[in-house]
Design a protein around this ligand. Structure first.
Ligand SMILES: *[C@@H]1O[C@H](CO)[C@@H](O)[C@H](O)[C@H]1NC(C)=O
Ligand SMILES: *[C@@H]1O[C@H](CO)[C@@H](O)[C@H](O)[C@H]1NC(C)=O
Ligand SMILES: *[C@@H]1O[C@H](CO)[C@@H](O)[C@H](O)[C@H]1NC(C)=O
Ligand SMILES: *[C@@H]1O[C@H](CO)[C@@H](O)[C@H](O)[C@H]1NC(C)=O
Ligand SMILES: *[C@@H]1O[C@H](CO)[C@@H](O)[C@H](O)[C@H]1NC(C)=O
Length: 496
């Protein structure tokens, strides 16, 4: 069993935000004429087939049309470290120049282990900063993800060797240099880059490697301290529920254990299937026990939960202390949560998602590690099972033709740490936000890196302040958005 780490960031919350987004009726009519009946059905939620991935693609198209976002491509060297290898690949990027005035800054949203969709160019802090400073907005796609495929659909192990963080940083430097010189009015512009989660690491390291190219970085939830395993992940998950009440975490613990026990017999399996059948995590009749338990863990994850979510969640789980009830209470909660906020569909039916998945798996197996382990003896988590580093490494070996071994990964991790300085890098003009409820937080330094590199810890989950405003935001999340904007504006003024 492998729990997907970092997960994908969900964009759907913003569709539902009722704010006036200034879309004219003309634009909407134009949209309608552009869409096929099938797409309209998907948008209205009538289609049941693979809605999630289909509508993400559709959503990206809608955004592009409404906000004049352009899709472009740049030829970038495949191997930045071999002068004699002149092969290139096509990097996809999205631009929005509607706020730009010549001389204004360049704002780059750095893409990570997903297909870019332009949403960050429209909503949230980066777009607001660009508007305020007459900046140019760009979103870049990471090599081997989305449509930025150096070897097309060939994801064989040999072809993945150019998927390295150091190459990705060079891509960004190359991109910024070329984009600035090719765009009138950007030649001397200040460059601000932003990234959340894995890209949060990249933008921090851009200030280590290319301070002459990138002036300011904004990193959200950047877990810089890569290492072999990361048992603390599920300790944070545990604590989030435990901090609401003992009753709540006990229900999770007992409910999970009872589910495990039930899955051992035919009768029990029927009971489990019945209790979970309405979840959105796939057809439970097609899943084996490990897959079912894996999905339950994914749904219990708190990484993308809105602030205070568990307070409410625990109410549904803590009706009484009757041991026998725990299984049913947990099942009810999982079904409910899977429908609302937890994304537990595996995207493996969509070829693009599948490729994104392989690429991410390769990165974790070669340079990132941080396998989410479960260890009943040495760490606190509510799952009555163990999951070792060895098991994860074994999967890496299987997935990548035996090329990836523990030694390779150890060396990869050591290089990354040596190159960029681990969890407390020596940087300036980097602002970092971390969340108290973010299970990745223990891979981050939770105090300032230095006088010009503040780290602000807020009451929130993973990348919570990056998401568009929502009524669930904690006061700290709301406040920190403004604080970040003020600091970046101050730095921009100091530079120019
Ligand atoms: C989608 O479903 C709704 C409600 O079931 C229905 O009113 C609507 O006509 C359907 N739309 C299409 C395009 O079939
Ligand atoms: C790339 O290198 C090869 C071999 O050195 C050479 O024949 C070819 O013209 C080069 N291609 C480009 C686009 O420079
Ligand atoms: C950038 O600044 C330099 C020095 O002030 C100036 O000579 C040059 O023309 C500027 N370039 C652009 C593209 O504005
Ligand atoms: C849970 O509560 C403890 C004690 O107040 C606190 O130190 C810890 O940060 C909390 N953990 C989470 C994830 O909220
Ligand atoms: C899990 O269930 C088994 C079998 O009923 C029981 O022996 C064990 O004590 C339970 N573990 C926990 C932590 O509740």
């Amino acid at each position: 069993m492998r729990v997907i780490i970092f997960c994908y960031l969900y964009l759907f919350a913003i569709l539902g935000s009722g704010e006036d987004d200034g879309i004219s009726d003309d634009a909407i009519n134009e949209l309608k004429s552009e869409l096929t009946q099938e797409e309209i059905d998907q948008l209205l939620g009538n289609s049941t087939s693979n809605v999630e991935t289909a509508s993400i693609g559709l959503f990206a198209r809608l955004l592009r049309m409404m906000y004049e976002i352009k899709e472009k491509w740049l030829d970038v060297p495949l191997d930045h470290f071999d002068l004699f290898d002149n092969r290139t690949w096509r990097m996809r990027y999205l631009t929005r120049g509607s706020f730009f005035k010549p001389g204004g800054p360049l704002f780059v949203e750095v893409g990570g282990e997903w297909t870019i969709d332009g949403s960050s160019l429209v909503m949230g802090g980066l777009a607001e900063l660009a508007e305020e400073h007459n900046g140019f907005l760009v979103e870049t796609e990471h090599r081997y993800y989305g449509k930025s495929l150096p070897f097309g659909k060939d994801f064989s192990t040999e072809k993945l060797r150019f998927l390295q963080m150091e190459q990705a940083l060079e891509d960004l430097a190359y991109f910024i240099e070329h984009f600035k010189s090719a765009t009138p009015g950007l030649g001397n512009s200040t460059v601000i880059i932003r990234g959340c989660s894995y890209p949060g690491m990249l933008v921090t390291w851009m200030r280590v490697r290319f301070p002459h190219i990138v002036d300011i970085s904004y990193a959200s939830s950047a877990p810089l301290g890569v290492g072999l395993d990361y048992p603390e992940y599920f300790e944070v998950v545990n604590d989030v529920y435990a901090n609401v009440s003992t009753n709540c975490i006990e229900t999770v613990r007992r409910g999970f254990n009872q589910t495990m026990n039930l899955l051992k017999t035919d009768d029990g399996r029927l009971k489990v299937r019945e209790a979970f059948k309405d979840w959105t995590c796939g057809d439970i009749d097609e899943m084996n026990s490990m897959a079912i338990l894996g999905k339950i863990i994914v749904v219990l994850n708190v990484m993308h939960d809105p602030s205070q979510y568990e307070e409410v969640a625990c109410l549904t789980m803590a009706i009484d202390e009757d041991e026998l009830q725990s299984f049913q209470l947990l099942a009810n909660f999982i079904v409910l949560k899977s429908k609302h906020i937890a994304s537990c569909m595996s995207g493996d039916t969509d070829p693009e998602e599948k490729r994104n998945h392989i690429a991410w798996s390769y990165q974790t197996c070669t340079e990132m590690g941080t396998f989410l382990t479960l260890n009943r003896k040495n760490s606190r988590h509510p799952f009555e099972m163990d999951l070792t580093v060895e098991e994860s490494l074994e999967e890496c070996g299987k997935d990548f033709k035996g090329l990836v071994t523990e030694n390779i990964l150890r060396e990869g991790i050591a290089r990354v740490t040596r190159r960029y300085g681990g969890r407390k890098p020596k940087v300036t003009r980097v602002v970092t936000i971390q969340g108290t409820h973010d299970p990745w937080k223990h891979l981050a330094h939770l105090e300032d890196y230095g006088p010009e590199a503040p780290v602000w810890v807020v009451d929130g989950s993973h990348c919570s302040e990056i998401n568009a405003q929502s009524e669930d935001d904690s006061e700290q999340v709301i406040a920190v958005r403004e604080k970040v904007k003020r600091l970046i504006s101050k730095w921009i003024k100091e530079i120019s």
